[in-house]
Design a binder for this molecule. Structure first.
Ligand SMILES: NC(=O)c1ccc[n+]([C@@H]2O[C@H](COP(=O)([O-])OP(=O)(O)OC[C@H]3O[C@@H](n4cnc5c(N)ncnc54)[C@H](O)[C@@H]3O)[C@@H](O)[C@H]2O)c1
Ligand SMILES: [Zn+2]
Ligand SMILES: [Zn+2]
Length: 371
């Protein structure tokens, strides 16, 4: 069949909308009609070359849709199911899945090449074989994905909101709840309030942070953070450090979570010095693979027993955490409607990323059209 998709052919060039050919679903695979796709900064890292991906690639890794058809051996979903896509697949049996760490499942090894197990490339077109970002490629009307990337959700879940639970919400929420393990009464700093950071704010609030300091140079971001549970909002990590010291009588924050679009050495260093003895810095945002953006005094790390750690997918287990988070949305404990700033058509995808770069959106969402 044919599908219209947004493709990056060359690093640094805008995405191109192309009509591509899509195979039917093979063994273990699912044909999905994508209804919505979220505009996450990670796709932009592929466009800019921060994340070196095999090109051409159909971008988009935050997505939701409806199962149209399943291949042989598919047991996780059936035609007609509503699905939220997990940006890392989970096999269930590798060492990481088997120990409750689905976010680092070995199947994720090919997310930057974008083919499915067995060297399967379901998408083709004028430039040959096309990969799909995170083995999903949600900036396409239709996709063939592996069943291990599909999480079925209840029929009464609105996909136009649930789409964010494919990446941004669990990544941010889990960065606070799982990776930082925020506890009631703690002081928490979240640096960078985009689609990830706003959900770190929501997670830290839900986990009981007493002082929750949101950091973003942009006023619209700070306002949204205050609306969704931050107790303070400041423009820079330096101001957050001073405020955390003041609020804790010089002890420092318990947790710092870095969710900026490009994580830099000064952000990491400042956040490191803002946390107390025994405190934790979680780094969730990305930058170029080859930059050493952690430059820290290890002796202070040791003498103050501090922890600096990375987090992928908020250390979530998508098969259980995606439904859990959607349940918290239905009970009003996690807000999704409030964090979608604007919707776009597929052919407006580059405009969507211009808006992200200009800081206009908490999250932008593509609403797919099918004739
Ligand atoms: N680890 C993971 O599993 C994972 C998953 C998804 C996204 N990410 C990464 O997380 C990062 C954030 O993604 P996003 O979609 O929320 O991006 P975004 O561009 O929507 O938001 C980033 C925010 O950081 C702010 N910012 C920039 N410089 C800042 C500074 N010096 N201090 C404070 N705030 C600053 C921006 O104003 C913006 O509001 C990206 O690098 C993305 O690739 C990681
Ligand atoms: Zn993402
Ligand atoms: Zn696995």
């Amino acid at each position: 069949m044919k599908t219209k998709a947004a493709v990056v052919h060359t690093v640094g060039k805008p995405m191109e909308i192309e009509e591509l050919d899509l195979d039917g679903p093979g063994d273990g695979e699912v044909l999905i009609r994508f209804t919505h796709a979220g505009l996450c900064h990670s796709d932009l890292h592929v466009v800019t070359g921060d994340l070196p991906a095999r090109l051409p690639m159909v971008l988009g890794h935050e997505g939701a849709g409806v199962v149209e058809e399943v291949g042989t051996g598919v047991t996780r979903v059936k035609p007609g199911d509503q699905v939220v896509c997990s940006f890392i697949p989970n096999c269930g049996t590798c060492r990481w899945c088997a120990t409750g760490q689905q976010a680092i499942c070995d199947m994720g090894a090919t997310i930057l090449e974008g083919y499915l197990p067995g060297d399967r490339w379901p998408i083709s077109g004028p430039a040959g074989k096309y990969g799909a970002a995170c083995m999903l490629g949600t900036f396409s009307q239709y996709g063939v994905i592996h069943q291990n990337s599909a999480v079925a959700v209840d029929a009464d879940i609105p996909l136009d909101k649930a789409v964010l639970v494919g990446c941004g919400v669990p990544t941010g929420w889990g960065s606070a709840v799982n990776a930082a393990a925020v506890k009631p009464g703690e002081t928490v700093i979240v640096v960078g309030i985009g689609g990830i950071g706003i959900n770190a704010v929501q997670g830290a609030r839900y986990a009981g942070a007493k002082n929750l300091i949101a950091v973003d140079p942009l006023e619209n971001k700070r306002e949204k953070a205050l609306e969704l549970g931050a107790t303070h909002a400041v423009a820079s990590a330096e101001e957050a450090t001073a405020l955390a010291m003041e609020l804790t009588r010089g002890v420092g924050a318990d947790k710092g979570i870095i969710t900026t679009g490009l994580v830099t050495e000064p952000q990491v260093t400042t956040t490191f010095h803002s946390i107390s003895k025994g405190g934790t810095v979680v780094i969730t945002g990305l930058n170029r693979l080859d930059i050493n953006n952690i430059q820290l005094p290890a002796t202070i790390l040791t003498l103050f027993k501090k922890t600096v750690k990375g987090s992928l997918f908020g250390d979530c287990n998508p098969t259980t955490d995606i439904p859990k988070i959607l349940g918290l949305y239905q009970s009003g404990d996690i807000k999704l409607d409030e964090i979608i700033t604007r919707t776009y058509r597929l052919d407006q995808v580059n405009e969507g990323y211009e808006d992200l770069e200009a800081g206009k959106n908490i999250r932008g969402v593509i609403v797919h059209e099918h004739e």
